[in-house]
Design a protein. Structure first.
Length: 137
């Protein structure tokens, strides 16, 4: 399939698809006119890439960790295995944190302790998350 069709099927922009190709994550064939011809497996490969990006991995880690779509061979170096282990541990910490927050919110909901504050909401409350500060009204 051509890049436009792959873009429609995968939800990735043509620019992202070309980038994934340039770093070795996709390996399209070229037709007689030089156009990229992607295999159907490219849709699944892009889904994996997008998932790993969404959970916070950067593309350099993904290149090391994710096997190319045109091969089933997986050869991990010690550094790749270390990064995989680190990311699994990070995700597990996030899962624990989210589970604890969910439990607290369910408990507050159950006992009816979710109440409005007496302070008017004219001034935003500043919340810090990671390296971002967001205004909450």
């Amino acid at each position: 399939m051509r890049i436009g069709e792959l873009s429609r099927r995968s939800g990735a922009s043509p620019r992202s698809i070309r980038y994934y190709e340039s770093v070795g994550l996709l390996s399209p064939r070229r037709d007689s006119r030089g156009y990229r011809d992607f295999d159907a497996s490219a849709v699944a490969q892009i889904a994996k890439i997008k998932l790993l990006l969404r959970v916070g991995l950067d593309i350099t880690d993904i290149v090391v960790m994710l096997p190319r779509e045109d091969t089933s061979e997986v050869v991990y170096c010690a550094r790749a295995q270390q990064r995989i282990d680190e990311q699994i541990a990070r995700i597990e910490r996030q899962q624990t944190l989210l589970s604890d927050a969910r439990s607290l919110l369910l408990e507050l909901q159950r006992v009816g302790q979710v109440t409005a504050t007496d302070r008017p909401f004219t001034e935003p409350v500043r919340a810090v998350s990671g390296n971002r500060t967001a205004g909450i009204r």
